[in-house]
Structure formats: structure tokens, C-alpha cells
Design a protein around this ligand. Sequence first.
Ligand code: UD1
Length: 326
Amino acid sequence: MSKVLVTGGAGYIGGHAVLALLDAGRDVVVLDDLSTGFREAVPAGVSLHQGDVADSTLVTRLIAAENIDAVMHFAGSISVPESMAEPGKYYRNNTCATLSLANACVEGGVRGFIFSSTASVYGETEICPCAEDAPPAPVSPYAASKLMSERMLADLESAHPAFRVARLRYFNVAGADPAGRTGQRNPNAAGLVKLAVETAVGKRDTLEIFGDDYPTRDGTCERDYIHVSDLAAAHVAALDYLEKGGAGTTLNLGYGRGYTVLELVAALEKVLGRTLNKRRAPRRPGDPPRYFSDVTRLNATLDWRPAHDDLDEILRSALKWAGALA
Ligand code: UD1
């Protein structure tokens, strides 16, 4: 039977995708250089190849030896501020590495390719909800590196119709596997939910609220938080869609509604049963005020419905994984 190659499968989102694939009865192989991933994130019975996705000799060998028919590509660099300081790293690890991997996939006869992209390709958009056909306007090298990859993959697909690509633009991914099998292990991950959870467990004194004068209902930024297990399941649905003959596509992955920073923090405090130390801080440069997904195309394309569309559940799973709740 053919197998699915998951690059970055020892990481946070890739690790949840591995579980979603196994839960769907798929055979999985992981390729991860373990630079930010963890060996223990790869479930027993799944082979982990430690290496670089840009190593085309390795990838070509893997595709042939493991009979790889589909690839989910999560490996890459993910920090917006780091991308401002080290843009070259982002174009190398994201854009160039994706090109090398995709070329090896085309040559190796891989048919389905699921690409991990980001809603930050929309940039500081005035249009909300964001639809996939909105003009992209990336404002960071991170977002630009992902948008360039999307474009290259679309061109490869046009030239090689047997190679079909789903480009998935993630909104704000949070939470942990409801069964507690995996969660966020990276100590350097720095999203709002991660930092709030670290404050809850005492790893951090105070949670800063960046900006309280945005044009939103309470002055703080609004985001579309999606449970990582729903996001992972949507990848499996995207693969099913391509395998059933669906055309390559670009899809938002979000729930289609936003919560503000203050709403999220209040929900977390309620789940936790106590308040967090927090303080107002200046705006963080580059934060768009409001950002949530238009889910029309997602709902029309994939046979997928969210199973965990509940902010409290997202936060409870993240707190449990961090040991803040029984
Ligand atoms: C997130 C992703 C980014 C993705 C984007 C798509 C992370 C770390 N980043 O960016 O990769 O492209 O969604 O929508 O998941 N905030 C605070 N205090 C904090 C941290 C954050 O107030 O200590 C605020 C931020 O100002 C922002 C909101 O919380 O308004 C969310 O921030 P963050 O979790 O960093 O995610 P995004 O910047 O939205």
C-alpha cells in the first residue's frame, strides 16, 4: 500500500497530522531534521527519517523505497519576527526547500501534495473575513516565503497535471490532541495561547496584552483560533479530496469567526478557575486589528466539519497538555 510522507512530522502541527492520518487508517512515514521537532512526537510504529527536505537525493530515495504517493509538507521556519531579522533563512528553509522537495515529488511520481501555508499571506488586510481570492499582501519574509511557495507549487501543478496540490492557509492554530497523545513541545513557540498557558503554569510572570486601542469591540486584536486536531483532520480531508480527483486548490483553515485577545484571556481564566497576571503593553508592530477566515470555499470543497470548534475546549486541551489542569 502507498504511504504518506509527512515532513515536519515531529513538530506540533505535523505531529497532529500524523495522528490524524493514523486514525484514518493511513500508512505514514516522517521526514524531520529534528531542529525544532521531537523524536518522541513520532508515534511508535511510524518510521522517522532524520534529514533535510531539501536533500533531494534523500527524498528521491525515500519516495521510491517507501512507495510514497502523497506528501504533507509541514517542515519549515515559522517565526515572523525571526524572519524579519533573518530573511535569508526563511527563503532557504521555506521557499527553496519547498521547491527542492516539490521537484523531487514530481519526478518521483507523487500525486497529492498538501502544503502548509499561512493566513499571513493576506497581510495587513482591511477586508475581513479573508477569502482565498483576496489579493495577497505579505508584510513579512515569513509570509512572502510561503506565498512564493504557493505560487511555485501552482506552476508545477499546471505543468504536471498528475501532481495536484492543496495549499492550506492556516489561521491561528492552538490546542492539543484531545486524547493527550501530543501537544506543543517547542519551548520557543510564542503564540498567544502558548504564552498565556506558560503564565498559567508559572513559567512566565505576566502575560502582556499588546495594544488596547485597536478598532475592535474591546480594543484588542481579533483572531480566528482553530483547534490543531481539526486543522490536522482537514489535511486528511484535503488528501481524500485530491485522491478522488479534486483539482488543486487554495483553502483557508479557520472557523470563520474571531475572538479578541481579552476574550481569549477571559475564557482561559474561566477554564483555569483563576486569573492570570497580565498587563497592558504597547501595540506589537505589524499586528492587523482583525483577521478571520472566510470558510465558504473550505466548506464547499472538503468533506470535513470541525469537531472541536469551541474556544474553551481549545484552551482546556492546551492547559491539560501543559499540566495546568488534571
Ligand atoms: C499567528 C501565527 C502566524 C500565522 C497567523 C495567521 C503564531 C505564533 N503565529 O500570528 O504564524 O501566520 O497567526 O493568522 O501562532 N498577543 C498578545 N500578547 C502576547 C502574544 C500575542 O497580546 O503575549 C496578541 C497579538 O498582538 C495578536 C494576538 O495576540 O493580536 C495573536 O498573536 P499570535 O498568537 O502571536 O498570532 P498572530 O500574530 O495572529
